[in-house]
Ligand binder design. Sequence first.
Ligand SMILES: Cc1ncc(COP(=O)(O)O)c(C=O)c1O
Length: 510
Amino acid sequence: MSDTVFKIKAAPGGKASSIPLMGNDGEPTIFEYAKPGRKSYNLLDQKLPTGELNDLLPASYLRVNKLELTEVSERDLVGHFTRLTHRQYSVDLGAYPLGSCTMKYNPKFCDELAFMSSFNTCHPSAPEAVVQGWLELMVNLEEALCEITGMKAATLQPAAGAQGELTGLLLMRAWHDDRSHNKTTIIIPDTAHGTNPASVTLGGYKVKTVGTNEKGLVDIESLKSLLDDEVAGIMLTNPNTLGLFEEEIQEVASLIHSVDGLLYYDGANLNAILGKVRPGDMGFDIVHLNLHKTFATPHGGGGPGAGPVAVSERIIDFLPGPKPTRLGTNSYGYTTPIKSIGRIHSWHGNALVLLRAFGYILFHGSEGLEKISEMAVLNANWLKRRLEDTITPAYNRPVMHEVVMTAQDLAKDHNLKALDIAKALLDEGFHAPTIYFPLLVHEALMFEPTETESLDTLEALARSVEKIIAQSKTNIDDIKSAPRNTPVQRVDEALAARKLLATYDAAINK
Ligand SMILES: Cc1ncc(COP(=O)(O)O)c(C=O)c1O
């Protein structure tokens, strides 16, 4: 922790203090720039007389005390936040091979669509008659997602993959309750993303874990041993989080269906199979799509995102509502499915993210989407082949869109851990790959190059990994002290997670 704590320079007239900051280049917090009377200008402020506000809002909603905002000048405000943005790494800046998260470049034409005032000035509660275009777009997007996944209907409401998972589990519960099934348990593989067990628990079910076989796939014998009448369903992603295609998916589907269970598809890896194979055709009943992973919308640091859920015929009646619906030729409105689980998000979810994804799908068309998956898979296999003499693949067979390597031997022989490689890659100008996930691979490094990186970039990434590994054999201390070129250097991550100081007040009063 000590290296994250340093003296910060006082802003003119401000007070110096010693607190943990985001970086060590002395950029003060915004509070340090404050001085009474400093402010920025907003033309609207000047124009709106209080009287008008009073007419618009009931008195009980009006603030009585002065709002205690930090008083900073516009110049300092813009300078401060611009300097902070220069300390970030982003998909716009360079390669971001963060496996499972699918951090691909977001094309700017999608943003241009979202900037169009005809879309972004509509209020979601506007009467249906004046938002026919938006409703048509959402109905068309639902249909496109159903076509891509092989499902029958969808909801666009969930705001992220994790919320899609919760929606899916609520749909499973509603479906089982409707049939008076007494179900208590959901099966998930030991390679599953952490959101899967969390969603199962939130959805009111217990988790049973199915093992992985030596090929890196769901172990069918282990699955059979877990099946009983209490199993409500299974959550799987295919390809799985080891980047491997579940070849026996149809057998998995028939086993789960044989106990009246449902199959939930975690769509985080859908970008690997676009146009090749569809979850609906594999036997899945409920699918979430991470639009930010598959269709290149912003990840948004936790939001706004979009995680639509698509379902098979038998789940349609339970979908969240109200749903944008085609009422006739060129006529759109809302309907609520007959046994709906209710709302999952206000209105339609994050509409401008949905708009970006729709633009992306239309632009690429079915051939383009298929090409995207082919390139994502090609890039991951190229990287695996390029690196496999330097660092061991966890499963030495062709992969889909991501490849999991293990630094287990390097850790044993040279004390070079996955964490050290990830940190040293930051100094090389790359974002780190995902590390220590999936949990069953020791010293895991999961690289997902995505289709948007060029061969030159992949070669540069491979060379950097080689360089780090070679260097560790002669000077491990050098690697252990990386990164050195980033605003924040090596921190005590365990302590940071256990003693999170998330606010300025918490930091100075600790
Ligand atoms: C396999 C898998 N499932 C679910 C999620 C959760 O998705 P989201 O981040 O959109 O909530 C992720 C996120 O990285 C994931 O990789």
